[in-house]
Design a protein around this ligand. Structure first.
Ligand code: ARG
Length: 630
């Protein structure tokens, strides 16, 4: 029924709604219908009322109620309009409300002193709206013109194990990627391996020290390089810190020790240069290291249910370095400074000093900025993206300010390409410092995952109905949800404290609680569908207050998704799912879902099916799955 409002529809002759309301057809770029969010629909009415009362319509902004005990939505516009029109806010609000009184969309619309407009929507309107959502594949979310978006996340470094520092970019990037895909963007997720820096030179130097006889180091070698694995990933994990330690000198070191450290470092630097020139032997050895590392990384990301469309690294941008520098030279923006090649990026509006961006280190060696710049050029050429999003530690913000400015100045990226830095905060230990192992080392990601999974398993040990092996499997699924939800429920830029107990709790704002609720819904549905089927895909108007609350929450899912997409904010989905779960669990206590007359029962099942769809979609966008039972 379309009697209370005008939906924003497209012109598909196949669409039942277009056929029903041919006079209100509206163009829609994609196949789906743009069901306006509930709040937008309310706002349009209030705006119109402001306008008809001869006030600017901007004052008609509608928001969720600050006092859910008093109303569902509110508009505070009369208060600001009062200043402009030099009139009592109450009078303005009264005029506006008068214009809306007869609209059946409202169950209640009233003025509260000094001039707030409090709004409740009618049950019929709300029910109709939810029934529209039932019919929608994507909950009525608005799809814009397709964009091409490159997302740079992960950023692990070759020859170093994945550690907890790599957890956040993986989890956040994966979710952002899924959200953009949901909104029908063409998304390219790139792992952007750290494979071209000094750490590679260090590892090579240490290998050379241990195995001077290897053919890789023999300048005169002309044969085929070994195919078999000469070292494992475990070796590499030991080799890198060992090499890195060799460059460090204690305060009380002797001259001889200092000299040794310097020499090692200098050699590593030379190796890095050789590698970047693709010097024979060095390049082949490096390929071996990358191959072994990547294999291990892939396994680890798989455990996190995180994947990438591209496995490119810093090294892949090397061939763009020369043309890029030439471009900068032609524009006359690059110059030499202390042997390095730099570009000024200070802007007149800066309040602090921004150092020039180093495009090449002395000796023409590539550094972190070089590879990031050349990669932008590469992405521009390969994908012509509309946006590149970087999910990187927020402590690297300055680096990206320099790189983005330099990229624009040197015109290696089209003007209208949006470059977005999504800096994330640190995951800290209970002491408020970056998370470490018990003995102070860097925590390997695998151990952290095990810790969470074991905790979930422990909590499930009371559940007698599930057999042991299955319990183990379930605790992996739930553990991953606990970890991801805990991470994503924080604002991306905020630091947070890793707390196994809190993350794995089955109650409260946690992944397990969300899953628990979904599993409950699934089991009710399963019970119903064993002997029954749905007669009509329709939800009936709510009878209980809690039912109305549930419908209201459901009606806001599309808005939540649109906001989380526009703001790149998975935490909005986390909060939404938690609130929905909470309302559902109260509803579950109050309403006998599987009882009641046939029509009511049918309606309850349609409602639960929609909720299942919302939960499944929500957790999928966050990057995890639900078990069948728990
Ligand atoms: N490998 C880097 C690190 O471990 C992160 C890479 C982030 N991405 C980028 N395009 N710079 O700090």
């Amino acid at each position: 029924m379309h009697i209370f409002y005008v939906p924003n529809v497209h012109t598909s002759p196949m669409c039942a709604r277009c056929v029903r309301v041919p006079d209100v057809r509206k163009m829609c770029k994609k196949g789906g219908i743009n069901l306006k969010t509930l709040i937008t629909q309310l706002q349009e009415i209030i705006e119109k009322a402001f306008k008809e009362s001869e006030y600017e319509e901007e004052y008609g902004k509608v928001i969720n109620s600050n006092r859910p005990d008093l109303c569902e939505f509110q508009c505070d516009g009369a208060l600001s309009a009062a200043k402009k029109y030099k009139k009592a806010p109450y009078i303005i609000a009264e005029e506006v409300v008068e214009k809306c009184k007869n609209n059946k969309i409202f169950e209640k619309i009233e003025v509260i002193k000094p001039g707030f407009i409090n709004i409740n929507v009618s049950k019929e309107f709300l029910t109709n709206y939810c029934n529209e959502i039932v019919e929608e594949e994507k909950f009525g979310c608005k799809m814009e013109q397709e964009k091409t978006v490159v997302i740079d996340y992960g950023g692990p470094n070759i020859a170093k194990p994945l550690h907890v520092g790599h957890l956040r970019p993986a989890i956040i990037g994966e979710s952002i990627k899924r959200i953009h895909k949901f909104f029908e963007n063409k998304v390219i997720g790139d792992v952007h391996l750290g494979d071209w820096g000094l750490q590679m030179g260090l590892v090579i130097e240490e290998l050379k020290y241990r195995h001077p006889e290897w053919v890789y180091f023999d300048e005169n070698f002309n044969g085929e390089y070994p195919k078999e694995e000469l070292f494992t990933v475990k070796d590499l994990e030991e080799i890198y810190p060992c090499a890195s330690n060799k460059t460090k000198v204690a305060e009380d070191a002797t001259e001889e020790e200092k000299e040794k450290a310097n020499e090692f470092k200098e050699n590593a630097r030379k190796n890095t240069g050789y590698l970047q020139e693709k010097k024979k032997g060095y390049y082949e050895l490096w390929q071996k290291i990358v191959e072994i590392s990547v294999k291990d990384l892939k396994e680890n990301y798989k455990k996190l249910d995180v994947d990438f469309d591209l496995w490119l690294g810093e090294s892949d941008s090397q061939k763009y370095v020369k043309p890029m520098v030439e471009k900068m030279q032609n524009l006359g923006i690059i110059y030499e400074s202390d042997g390095a090649m730099v570009v000024d990026v200070q802007e007149p509006t800066d309040t602090t000093e921004i150092n020039p961006c180093m495009v090449l280190k002395s000796g023409g060696v590539s550094c972190y900025q070089t590879t990031d710049l050349a990669t932008i050029m590469q992405r521009q050429i390969d994908f012509k993206p509309n946006e590149i999003i970087y999910v990187v530690d927020k402590r690297q913000e300055l680096h990206f300010i320099q790189v983005f400015r330099c990229a624009r100045k040197s015109e290696i990226v089209d003007k209208d390409v949006k470059l977005t830095f999504l800096g994330f905060g640190t995951m800290n230990g209970a002491d408020g410092k970056p998370f470490k192992t018990r003995n102070g080392g860097v925590m390997r990601l695998e151990y952290l995952i095990d810790e969470i999974n074991n905790k979930v398993y422990e909590k499930m040990s009371q559940t007698k109905e599930i057999e042991e092996t299955e319990k183990k499997e379930i605790s992996k699924i739930v553990g991953l949800a606990a970890l991801k939800y805990a991470d994503l429920s924080n604002q991306i830029s905020k630091d947070y404290i890793f707390d196994t107990d809190k993350f794995t709790a089955f109650e409260g704002k946690t992944g397990p609680y969300i899953l628990y609720t979904l599993v409950r819904i699934k089991s009710i549905l399963k019970k119903f569908f064993e002997n029954n089927s749905i007669k009509e895909n329709k939800i009936l108007p709510p009878e209980e207050d809690i039912e109305k609350q549930l419908l209201l929450k459901i009606a806001k899912y599309n808005q939540t998704l649109e906001e989380s997409y526009i703001e790149n904010s998975p935490s909005k989905i986390c909060t939404y799912l938690y609130e929905l779960a909470d309302i559902f669990n109260s509803y579950y206590q109050k309403v006998k879902i599987l009882q009641g007359d046939n029509k009511r029962l049918n309606s309850n099942i349609v409602l639960l099916t929609l909720m299942k769809k919302i939960f499944e979609n929500g957790i999928d966008l966050l990057g995890f799955k639900a078990p069948e039972k728990m």
